[in-house]
Design a protein around this ligand. Structure first.
Ligand code: PHE
Length: 348
């Protein structure tokens, strides 16, 4: 063996050791460049062949080729190993445990009062009414004067009022929106058909059936030739939609300053069908709203000619409707926001 062959053998052994020790692809590539590159030991050894005798060269040459092939092959093998290890590592790192329980997504839901409101809106929209809204902090003249309730009128006692100052108050009912819409409406464009759901305030001591704030919905239909039959038809349709197709409706005479005549409206009990039960207090009937034919003074106050135009108005308690519909016996439940209560009304 020539000393060149010794050197080649040593190079091969060291090279293989280094290759096998290499920890990653970058290090392996450095080793390859070093071993087989132009300035590497292989090149240097081959340069040494010039000093050999002619007959020695083929043997050393083919030995050198074998060493190079050997190293190249070992490099290739190690490269494959390292690449496989890299993928393995990546997979392990990105592994998903699909059996882990997910984080629960808690979704909110519409409050039961909102649900009833939306149901009512849909019913009246279907009959050509529009939904309007006014102001919770209202001018006294809209809450009272323009609704035919002058100062010192005993009817003001019907609604204990939170006053902000002499002229401004928390609205005690939704009827102010009647006056506001009447003033705004252009009757040359057709009749005024509106509903207005919203929050109202009264100085009441809270208990199971009273709350100092609650929800009402006002309705109003003013045009030419609107009669009490329209009132009855409209309310019968709405109540049947809400409480069942078999509901009968009944009017009892009543008094509101802004309507004449005025009525309390009862529906036949949806629980016992009129035979008498706890829900209707054995009467077979449930009081659901107040209504009447709009008083001429209300029309006049809004600049509408009562000799040409007229119609009806009604007001209902949304809380009361929700309580009836779901058998809730304490109005305070709506405002305490106990999620255990609220969740029961979550719609799918
Ligand atoms: N505003 C009356 C109330 O709060 C209800 C009502 C409205 C009655 C419209 C008749 C007509 O009690």
């Amino acid at each position: 063996m020539t000393s060149l062959q010794d050197k080649l053998l040593a190079l091969k052994q060291q090279g293989i050791k280094d290759i096998e020790k290499s920890a990653d692809l970058k290090e392996l590539n450095d080793i390859r460049v070093h071993l087989l590159g132009k300035k590497g030991p292989m090149t240097e050894i081959l340069h040494g062949m010039r000093d050999l005798a002619k007959e020695e060269r083929p043997a050393v040459g083919s030995f050198a080729n074998k060493v190079r092939d050997n190293l190249t092959e070992t490099l290739e093998q190690r490269k494959q190993e390292l690449e496989a290890a890299k993928i393995e590592h990546q997979l392990a790192q990105e592994a998903l445990d699909v059996t882990l329980p997910g984080t629960p997504v808690r979704s909110g839901a519409h409050h039961v009062i909102m649900q009833i409101t939306e149901t009512l809106e849909a019913i009246f929209l279907g009959m050509g009414f529009q939904v309007v809204s006014g102001y919770e902090v209202e001018e006294e003249k809209y809450n009272f004067e323009k609704l035919n309730i002058p100062k010192n009128h005993p009817a003001r006692d019907m609604q204990d009022t939170f006053y902000i100052n002499n002229d401004i108050l928390m609205r005690t009912h939704m009827s102010p929106d009647e006056a506001r819409e009447l003033e705004k409406h252009d009757f040359s464009q057709g009749p005024l058909k509106m509903i207005s759901p919203g929050r109202v305030y009264r100085r009441d001591t809270d208990d199971a059936t009273h709350s100092h704030q609650f929800f009402q919905m006002e309705g109003q239909y003013i045009g030419k030739h609107v009669t009490m039959a329209d009132l009855k038809g409209t309310l019968t349709f709405a109540m049947r939609k809400l409480f069942g197709a078999d509901r009968e409706i009944r009017f009892r005479p009543s008094y509101f300053p802004f309507t004449e005549p005025s009525v309390e409206v009862d529906i036949s009990c949806f629980n016992c069908d009129g035979s008498g039960c706890e829900v209707c207090k054995q009467s077979g009937w449930i009081e659901v709203l107040g209504a009447g034919m709009t008083h001429p003074n209300v029309l006049k106050a809004a600049g509408v000619d009562p000799d040409v135009y007229g119609g009806f108005a009604f007001g209902l308690g949304i809380d009361r409707f929700a309580m009836l519909k779901y058998g809730i016996n304490d109005i305070r439940q709506f405002y305490q926001n106990d999620v255990r209560f609220l969740r029961q009304f979550k719609q799918a």
